[in-house]
Design a protein around this ligand. Structure first.
Ligand code: ATP
Ligand code: MG
Length: 198
């Protein structure tokens, strides 16, 4: 499961869990993108080290979940097809699955080498937006859709809430909340000493 994870939230974790239980999967790797081709020019992205640390906190101790730094260690842009090739070479004989939210299905044709991606793995899309096959674009027929619970949570909304001083409790795991506060990420500055928990 690739993503910017800026920050990771419970929507990511619950999607991974649903895919793991339903397919089922032996392992889920969370692969933070170093230099996401689709988010060029966005400012204020948290450093990769922080995004990784938050992934680790969110999945700590959960059997089968792991962080992968593959895309951070590879120079240049993060292309999913390269990550899949690396995983295939590292884990020969394993069936690879790319987990995405169904908001990404319509964008698949614009990803680098989508047919390479589809030849290396099964693309599995969990529910994120209202099911409407028309909106899923020309490659939808090659994607396996999983009817998973919809959690209307996004990293964008979390960053916005934090910028406005609103709580994101219950949207991110508590250890991630604490980390963001401690590091002052997304303007989630350290809580004042006697402030009520938010
Ligand atoms: P941003 O708002 O910055 O785009 P995001 O919440 O979409 O962040 P990403 O890191 O872009 O998170 O997403 C990684 C993957 O997780 C994508 O395939 C995306 O579709 C999926 N995903 C993210 N949030 C959800 C959610 N709430 N439910 C299902 N899938 C999700
Ligand atoms: Mg997104």
């Amino acid at each position: 499961m690739g993503g910017t994870f800026d920050p990771i939230h419970v929507g990511h974790v619950l999607l991974a869990l649903a895919a793991m239980e339903r397919l089922p999967l032996d392992r889920v790797l969370f692969v933070p993108a170093a230099d996401p081709p689709h988010k060029d020019g966005r400012t204020g992205m948290a450093p990769a080290a922080d995004r990784c640390a938050m992934v680790e906190l969110a999945i700590a101790g959960f059997p089968g979940f792991a962080l992968s730094r593959l895309e951070l260690e590879r120079p240049g842009k993060s292309y999913t097809v390269d990550t899949l090739r690396q995983l295939r070479d590292a884990w020969p004989g394993w069936d690879l699955v790319l987990i995405i939210g169904d908001d990404n299905v319509a964008q698949l044709p614009s990803w680098y080498d989508p047919h390479g991606i589809l030849s290396l793995c099964t693309v599995v899309a969990g529910s994120r937006i209202a099911a409407d096959p028309e909106r899923h674009g020309p490659l939808a027929g090659q994607v396996r859709f999983l009817d998973t619970p919809v959690h209307q949570i996004s990293s964008t909304a979390i960053r916005l809430r934090l910028r406005h001083g609103q709580t994101v409790r219950y949207l991110v795991p508590d250890p991630v909340l604490e980390y963001m506060r401690a590091r002052g990420l997304y303007s989630a500055g350290p809580a004042p000493a006697m402030a009520p928990a938010s």
